[in-house]
Design a protein around this ligand. Sequence first.
Ligand SMILES: [Zn+2]
Length: 143
Amino acid sequence: MTAVSSLNYTVLNLLTVFVGCIWGYKMAESKWATVTETNGITVAEMLVKRLEAAEIPAQAVQESAGKAFGFMSGPLGTAYVRVPEQYLEEARQFLDVEEPANTDDIVTCPECDSEIELDETEWEQGWFTCPVCETHVSLDDLF
Ligand SMILES: [Zn+2]
């Protein structure tokens, strides 16, 4: 009885190690997908740090064309935030939710209490039409 249990235990252990190896191998082999484009590698690296803090593996990549044409490289070239394909959806959601710029653009409709994300045009013109209740809302009334 004891011998059988300990044998099972050993098999289980070996299986765990084996599965762990395959998983590690798959992680190394996985394709990297672009989550977002940023203006400069510094911003991309910031986003990568936030993703990594959320346990999503990520890397910041500078546009390769920038390296070919020296004048485009440096801190202002286009950079990309990339994650393994299987994390793409998670990473996109995470960055959208956490993006401070996005939350700044959200206002609450005084008529129906919907949270609406305004774009630049709407901020400039000073009003928007609520997509939920179709009320014309002046931004002066909100602030
Ligand atoms: Zn509304």
